[in-house]
Design a protein around this ligand. Sequence first.
Ligand code: COA
Length: 265
Amino acid sequence: MEETLDTVLVEMDEETGLGHITLNRPDKLNTINQQLKSDLTTALKSLREHDKEASGVSVRAVVLEGAGERAFCAGADVSGFGDRTPGQFEQRTIFDRLADFPAPVIAKIEGYCLGGGLELALACDLRLASAESEFGLPEVELGLLPGGGGVQYISRLAGPAVAMEIAMTGKRYSTEFAEETGIVSASYPNSEFDEAVDEFVHELARKPPLALRAIKDAAHRSVETGLAEGRRYDRRVFSTLLETADHEAAAAAFKSDDQPEFEGR
Ligand code: COA
């Protein structure tokens, strides 16, 4: 499956179950305008629809990246700022749609990752970055707070002090800083980046999909509920997963020392 929208490309490899979404405004550093928001929504819906209709492999993991080597995404397209009304910001957002996607979404970050671009990456489940990327929340310079949850996400990953530092200074920070503070999960030298991410996501796509989904749900719940409730959820889902064909396939493969193949049921 392959779809070219105005500002986003979406692909799905039927064999591996890997989806790819590329923000495709490289001349404008993949900044977010209304069209890109709408195209990103369409791309995520297309991947979900594919799952419903799939005769073969369902979507196992999705990579979100920016076209070109200069930017993952440099944030909101400020040229459209005057056209917006406050009401627009109360609707369900692309950040919610990424967080709710039923398979892991990995942000592949190369270059500028700023403002709403960093918030897009934060709404993903994992962030992998090239060594020379730059991270920041410059909204303060426009008299704004990052509206896509940037301070909330960074507070959870790295603590409120780091979130305040990034959002209050509006400065750009290195990949090294982002990795040390836990904002990105791993980084790679630029020359090895594509290969390393490819290897990582292919490995992830071979894991049992129902377990991946359950782990994503459990991790999201962990920041919303108390420990006792979270542990009850984990126990309940654990029992459900014990009954799945994927668990049976994994157990059989373990005994016979084979590579299991998972069907997501
Ligand atoms: N909105 C709209 N256009 C943007 C943009 C933004 N946020 N950020 C960059 N662009 C455009 C530039 O206008 C330029 O377009 P042009 O070639 O048609 O003039 C193109 O992207 C390349 O940007 P440029 O500034 O020439 O690249 P650079 O490497 O010198 O600097 C940045 C890159 C990211 C440091 C700089 O563009 C910048 O600070 N952008 C604003 C980032 C920001 O504040 N984002 C959050 C908004 S809330």
